[in-house]
Design a protein around this ligand. Structure first.
Ligand code: CO
Length: 135
């Protein structure tokens, strides 16, 4: 059961410049800043109204976001949907024949529990399912 769109993920090459741009554009407030070494990413989440944007900058060229930037340039990277329980959603999606990137939930940015669904199953947009453990 999807509760809402949790955030839109955007790949950027210069994190500080992007934070400045989005803070100005949307009058958004920085919510979190985090680094996930194992994913090779630096990230900032910004809140604007009831919406949230996640800016992702790679720690190197040979990381998922680094390869994304080299191939497609900065821009929309993924859309995240908030669910009460990521594991339950993965099971539902698996039964429906959805191609999953993560077979089990894992720890994502900002302490969220996450799992990614392959763009092949979602019309070309990488989809993330997240639970913040509070819903
Ligand atoms: Co995300």
């Amino acid at each position: 059961m999807v509760l809402t769109t949790h955030h839109v993920g955007i790949a950027v090459s210069d994190l500080d410049a992007a934070v400045e741009t989005y803070a100005r554009l949307l009058e958004a407030e920085v919510e979190h800043r985090d680094r996930l070494e194992e994913q090779g990413v630096d990230a900032v989440s910004l809140c604007a109204g009831t919406g949230r944007i996640e800016l992702l900058a790679p720690l190197g060229a040979e990381t998922p976001v680094g390869r994304f930037l080299a191939k497609r340039g900065p821009g929309l990277h993924h859309i995240a949907f908030q669910v009460p329980d990521v594991g339950v959603e993965l099971e539902r999606l698996r039964r429906a024949g959805t191609r999953l990137i993560d077979e089990t939930p894992r720890r994502g940015l900002f302490g969220l529990e996450v799992a990614f669904v392959h763009p092949e199953s979602t019309g070309g947009v990488l989809a993330e399912f997240v639970s913040d453990g509070r819903t």
